[in-house]
Design a protein around this ligand. Structure first.
Ligand code: SF4
Ligand code: SF4
Length: 293
């Protein structure tokens, strides 16, 4: 089974819509695939696909400190020791759970062994079926910060799901940015598709994400979305890709059909098969099919 991850240095460049359209086109032509939605702060791939969750399971994606007040002697050493200011109080220690990083220093300094660090359920794994596509989506609880670990769990679950249903491809919709969740989504991938658009800020994000992907020696190619937004910026992006030997896999024009289909919970490649963006996506899907050989 091949693993391809779709990334963008930032959100809002059409990554999830592109992932959903590619998944649809690939399954239409017989590729068996499983999708992993690792944008755990804002999972919306199932919405783009017009599908609902089949089932969900709570997962522990972080560790948090807990105080046993029966043992606590109120010495307040843990308050002074916590570098994250996650324990407050003058006479009695109180843990601010959402900011606790689970580092365990408070447990180390506690003379009464009153502190323990325990796994905390702070996220969910959702399972979705959309036609022939199976989606495994992570969802981090509100105010939680351990998205890297949750992305790891989503990838593990998605691999299991893919192996159970005999998938040829695990396609991952990556989180935005270049931080720890992106690295968790990238790990183990055979190829990375980097989505950008022709603006100076999107180019800067593309440069940063390319550096990250290269750091892991994972081959990558780019897709220029809404390529007709600004011709000068599009030219600058294409020149940068050539100079840096990043293959341009495809270009998708801006197309009002895309938001129209999205507003109706449908895919533009289905609803408007002859629209310019749908034709460009069909060309791109052939290139992606070639990556599976
Ligand atoms: S586990 Fe670390 S971050 Fe959490 S309360 Fe203890 S010292 Fe602070
Ligand atoms: S270090 Fe231990 S005993 Fe001291 S206040 Fe914290 S929990 Fe209580």
């Amino acid at each position: 089974m091949k693993e391809i991850v779709i990334l963008s240095g930032k959100g809002g460049v059409g990554k999830s819509s592109l992932t959903a359209a590619l998944a649809h086109l690939l399954t239409e032509k017989g590729t068996r695939l499983t999708l992993a939605d690792t944008d755990v702060d804002a999972p919306n791939l199932h919405i783009v696909l017009g599908a609902e969750f089949d089932r969900s399971r709570a997962v522990a994606a972080s560790d948090k400190a807990i105080i046993d007040y029966e043992k606590c002697s109120r010495c307040m050493r843990c308050v002074k020791a916590c570098a994250f200011d996650s324990i407050i109080g003058d006479n009695e220690p109180i843990i601010i759970s959402y900011s606790c990083e689970g580092c365990g220093v408070c447990a180390l300094v506690c003379p009464e062994e009153a502190v323990s660090v325990q796994p905390m359920e702070n996220g969910k794994i959702n399972f979705v079926t959309s036609g022939a596509v199976r989606v495994v989506a992570g969802e981090l609880g509100i105010g939680e910060s351990s998205s890297g670990r949750l992305v790891d769990i989503v990838k593990r679950e998605a691999r299991q799901e893919a192996s159970l249903n005999g998938s040829d491809l695990l396609l991952t919709d990556g989180p935005p940015g270049i931080g720890c969740p992106v690295i968790a989504a990238l790990k183990g991938s055979d190829y990375a598709i980097l989505v950008s658009e022709p603006t100076p800020s999107a180019l800067s994000d593309l440069q940063r994400i390319t550096e990250v992907v290269r750091g892991f020696n994972i081959p990558a190619g780019a897709v220029l979305n809404r390529n007709d937004m600004d011709e000068k910026s599009a030219r600058i992006t294409r020149d940068w890709l050539i100079r840096n030997e990043v293959p341009l896999l495809g270009e998708i024009p801006y197309d009002p059909c895309l938001p129209q289909a999205l507003a109706r919970g449908a895919l533009a490649v289905n609803m408007y098969p002859d629209a310019p963006s749908s034709l460009a996506l069909r060309n791109l899907h052939k290139v992606v099919e070639g990556l599976l050989d």
